[in-house]
Design a protein around this ligand. Structure first.
Ligand SMILES: Nc1nc2c(ncn2[C@@H]2O[C@H](COP(=O)(O)OP(=O)(O)OP(=O)(O)O)[C@@H](O)[C@H]2O)c(=O)[nH]1
Ligand SMILES: [Mg+2]
Length: 430
């Protein structure tokens, strides 16, 4: 099948303060399009005070784009910002039957559909796609479905239409509604199963580090480098959709779980990140965030900001953070990313490919984990040797005092272990 040809459209708000200038945002959109298997044949931008209610860009610009796209034999027009259902419908009407209209969100969902490989991942993508499409349902979907020969499921609809089977899109909204309820039920079942797994994992009481960062920063490569994870890493956007967790022995001997997560990107609606609940739960329940940055990227600073914004929206920005300034092997000598990027959190320069700095990163993570342990003052009878070893293995003993009945300990522990010691807490006045 020849690659579909895409024409990109970006807009610049005069008053807005975007993370990236419009040209750079379009360059990123082109990478997304490329990842989705499209060939980019042209682009246009417009500067305005406010998006047009009906067509997002102004009507003159719409005509200009239509002419250009037809000259360049484009099959798809992709808008760099999310179109609301009304704009989507109106643009489809103007561009006619032979030009698909997509926006950044639909494109990202399409890539997700290509890359999801666990059953939960697939269910999540299909649900997110249907919920996104439901209010935007127009003749476009049915039209293309007919073109695809009414094939059930599969990838026949081309970019933006992959994932859910076309036949499901031919049917009316009510039936899509039914499919959505069904998917939600299936997801609930899969999630209940995962919850049981997680509960089991929590019995091991290991601390968890969630690896977060912009897409393509090197998160999966880093996890592979510090463990035997064998996670797919690739030079494409959104290679990872499902969390992978590995146990890693830290330099001080402490065992910690590291979990790889879906990458972030600017202009990614938070609902979409939220749809990837498996990944999110890993982030929310983490003890520490390892923020991986591609320091060689020309817009590393904007990427860091986009990640910080997403973490804030997900309400996990209170978690302690360590920054891994990755791809150090490609940096020119003398470039200091800590200064250039104005990094405030503790940061280590690393290369997940050559292994440079990884040992120092592990030491920094372990030190941070100890720093964030909760202080504890307990008196433990000798017969509770199990609790004594738990403190030594998982926590930190700052001082201990042996008496005839047991040991008084001033130390620190991960918060999830505290309940075990409730009975032996020494009250402040004692
Ligand atoms: N030179 C160099 N390349 C790296 C380094 N770390 C990662 N890469 C490359 O960067 C690309 C992206 O790496 P991934 O590990 O897939 O990135 P990711 O953050 O998991 O990306 P998503 O899962 O798509 O969000 C791959 O081509 C890696 O080989 C590094 O330290 N140095
Ligand atoms: Mg990855």
């Amino acid at each position: 099948m020849p690659r579909e040809r895409a024409f990109l459209v970006g807009a610049e708000l005069k008053l807005g303060n975007p993370l990236l200038p419009v040209e750079d945002s379009l360059e990123e959109l082109a990478r997304l399009a490329h990842t989705a298997g499209l060939e980019v044949v042209g682009q246009a931008t417009q500067r305005f005070d406010q998006p047009n209610n009906a067509t997002y860009i102004g009507s003159g610009k719409v005509e200009e784009v239509k002419t250009l796209a037809s000259e360049l034999k484009a099959d798809v027009i992709i808008f760099d910002d999310e179109l609301n259902p009304r704009q989507q419908r109106e643009l489809e009407r103007i561009f006619g039957e032979d030009l698909k209209v997509l926006d950044r969100t639909a494109l990202i969902l399409d890539i997700f559909a290509l890359h999801a490989d666990t059953s939960e991942g697939k269910l999540q993508v299909e649900l997110a796609q249907l919920e996104y499409r439901l209010p935007r349902l127009t003749r476009m979907w049915t039209h293309l479905a007919r073109q695809a020969g009414g094939r059930a499921g599969g990838m026949g609809g081309g970019v933006g239409l992959r994932g859910p089977g076309e036949t499901q899109l031919e049917v009316d909204r009510r039936e899509i509604g039914r499919r959505i309820s069904y998917l939600k039920e299936r997801l609930d079942a899969v999630r209940a199963h995962r919850q049981r797994h997680r509960a089991k994992r929590q019995q091991t009481e290991l601390q968890v580090v969630a690896i977060v960062g912009y897409t393509n920063a090197g998160k999966s490569t880093l996890l592979n480098c510090i463990s035997d994870a064998n996670v797919m890493s690739a030079d494409m956007l959104f290679a990872t959709l499902d969390p992978t967790t590995r146990r890693v022995v830290m330099p001080g001997g402490r065992e910690v779980l590291f979990t790889d997560t879906v990458g972030f990107i600017q202009k990614l609606p938070t609902q979409i990140v939220a749809a990837f609940r498996a990944t999110l739960e890993e982030i929310i329940e983490a003890d520490l965030l390892l923020h991986v940055v591609d320091t060689t990227h020309p817009h590393a600073a904007a990427q860091i900001e986009a990640v910080e914004d997403t973490l804030a929206e997900l309400e996990v920005d209170h978690l302690p953070q360590i920054v891994a300034l990755n791809k150090a092997d490609l940096l020119p000598a003398g470039y200091d990313p800590v200064e250039e990027l104005a990094i405030e959190d503790p940061a280590v320069l690393v290369s997940a490919v050559t292994g440079q700095g990884i040992e120092a990163l592990m030491v920094a993570i372990e030190a941070a984990m100890i720093q964030y342990l909760r202080p504890l003052h307990v008196f433990i009878p000798y017969k509770r040797g199990d609790l004594l070893s738990l403190i030594h293995e998982r926590g930190q003993v700052d001082a201990e005092e042996h008496t005839a009945e047991g040991i008084r300990i001033y130390g620190r522990l991960p918060h999830r272990l505290l309940p075990w010691f409730d009975k032996y807490l020494v009250s402040p006045e004692r």
